[in-house]
Design a protein around this ligand. Structure first.
Ligand code: ADP
Ligand SMILES: N[C@@H](CCOP(=O)(O)O)C(=O)O
Length: 322
C-alpha cells in the first residue's frame, strides 16, 4: 500500500481549497506505488492525483520534477500536467510535508506487455528525450555509477551476502563498470525509472508516463537501456523476450535514431542500469524490516539480467520487426 499519511476530510478540503478545481467530492487512497502517498481525487471539475512526498525526495528538486511535467505535457508528451494553486505554486506544504496535485491520466500499467506496446513505449521515450532538450532546469543523476558503489558499500559485504551469497561480487562488478562508463554520450532529460508500472496504456497506446521523481539530465541511451532492462524479461526472469526488446529499440529509433557510439554503449549501459537497481533494491532490502507494509523488491532479479547483458552484448539490442 502507499498511503503513509492519514489526511482527514477537513485537512483534505483545506488542501484542495488552495486550488481552483471545484468542490471536493471524494478522495481515495491508491494502493499501488511504494515511495509516496497517492490519492485519487474527484472534484466538481474532474479527477486528479494528489501526491504527498514521503521519502527519497529533496524538497529542492520538486520544482525540477513538477515543472518538467508541464514542459513535457506542453510538448505533446503523454505526461500529466502539474495543477498549480490559485497563487501559482506547483506544490503546497501540509504539516511539514510537500504535496502536489497532478492531472489524472487514464490507462492501465501492462503486466505482460505486447510487442506493439513496447514499440509505442520506445517511441514515447524518444519523444520525451527530444522534448526534454530545451527544458531550462537541470538536475544531476544522483543514482549514477558512484552511487551504486556507495549504496553497495553501505549494505556491506555481510549485509549483501545475507540477502544472497552472489551479491557481494556486485561490488567489484560495479567498480569495474563505473571505470568503463562512457562519459560523453548525448544527453537530455531522462526518466531513468520507466518500468511498466510507471507507464499507463489504453490498448496499444501510451496514455501516460508517470513517476518522474528520478528524472535528471543524463545520457539518453542510458534511459533506453534502463527501459530495455525493465521491460524485456518475463516475470519469472527465466526468459529474455527478443520481440519486446527489439520492438522497444525499434520504436525508439523511429523517433530518434541512435548514434553509433550510443548503440555500441548499450550493453554496458544496460549492465549499469542493472547495477543501479541491484544496489537500490539491496539497500532497501536491508533498510526495510520484514513485515513492513512496503513490498521489498528482489535485487537478484537484476543480477540475472546483468549476467544476460554481459553475455549477450550488442545482440541483446537487435531490432526485430513486430
Ligand atoms: N497522473 C496519474 N494519472 C493516473 N494515475 C496515476 C497518476 N499518477 C499516479 N497514478 C497512480 O498511482 C500509482 C502510484 O503512483 P507512483 O507515482 O508510481 O507512486 P510511487 O512513486 O509511490 O511509486 C500508479 O501506479 C497509478 O496507478
Ligand atoms: N523501479 C524501481 C523501484 C522504484 O520505486 P518507485 O516506487 O519510485 O517506482 C525498482 O524496480 O527497483
Amino acid at each position: 500500500m502507499a498511503v503513509y499519511t492519514d489526511l482527514g476530510a477537513a485537512a483534505m478540503e483545506r488542501l484542495l481549497g488552495e486550488y481552483d478545481v471545484g468542490a471536493l467530492r471524494s478522495a481515495k487512497g491508491i494502493a499501488e506505488g511504494v515511495s509516496n502517498s497517492n490519492w485519487l481525487i474527484e472534484t466538481a471539475q474532474g479527477r486528479f492525483i494528489l501526491t504527498m512526498y514521503e521519502r527519497r525526495i529533496e524538497l529542492g528538486d520538486l520544482p525540477y520534477f513538477l515543472d518538467l511535467l508541464d514542459h513535457l505535457s506542453a510538448h505533446d508528451c503523454p505526461v500529466p500536467r502539474t495543477i498549480h494553486t490559485k497563487r501559482g505554486d506547483s506544490f503546497v506544504m501540509v504539516d511539514g510535508k510537500a504535496a502536489a496535485l497532478i492531472e489524472y491520466l487514464p490507462g492501465i500499467s501492462p503486466d505482460r506487455p505486447s510487442a506493439e506496446q513496447a514499440h509505442n513505449v520506445g517511441g514515447a521515450l524518444a519523444r520525451m528525450h527530444l522534448a526534454g532538450r530545451d527544458f531550462e532546469k537541470t538536475r544531476p543523476n544522483t543514482l549514477g555509477p558512484q552511487s551504486w558503489i556507495d549504496m553497495l558499500e553501505e549494505c556491506g559485504v555481510g549485509g549483501l551476502s545475507e540477502i544472497d551469497p552472489a551479491l557481494p561480487k556486485m561490488l567489484t562488478v560495479a567498480r569495474q563498470t563505473a571505470e568503463r562508463w562512457p562519459p560523453d554520450l548525448p544527453q537530455s532529460v531522462i526518466h531513468s525509472d520507466l518500468f511498466p508500472d510507471n507507464v499507463l496504456m489504453l490498448g496499444e497506446r501510451v496514455s501516460g508516463m508517470i513517476d518522474f521523481y528520478f528524472a535528471c539530465n543524463d545520457a539518453m541511451a542510458y534511459d533506453l537501456a534502463v527501459t530495455h532492462a525493465a521491460w524485456s524479461f518475463d516475470a519469472s526472469d527465466t526468459a529474455f523476450d527478443p520481440a519486446i526488446g527489439g520492438a522497444l529499440v525499434e520504436g525508439y529509433e523511429a523517433h530518434r535514431p541512435l548514434a553509433n557510439a550510443e548503440r555500441k554503449a548499450l550493453p554496458l549501459l544496460a549492465q549499469g542500469a542493472c547495477l543501479r537497481f541491484i544496489a537500490s533494491r539491496a539497500l532497501d532490502w536491508i533498510e526495510t524490516p520484514p513485515g513492513a507494509l512496503v513490498m521489498r523488491k528482489d535485487p537478484m532479479q537484476f543480477v540475472r539480467r546483468l549476467k544476460f547483458y554481459a553475455e549477450r552484448g550488442e545482440k541483446a539490442f537487435t531490432p526485430s520487426p513486430i
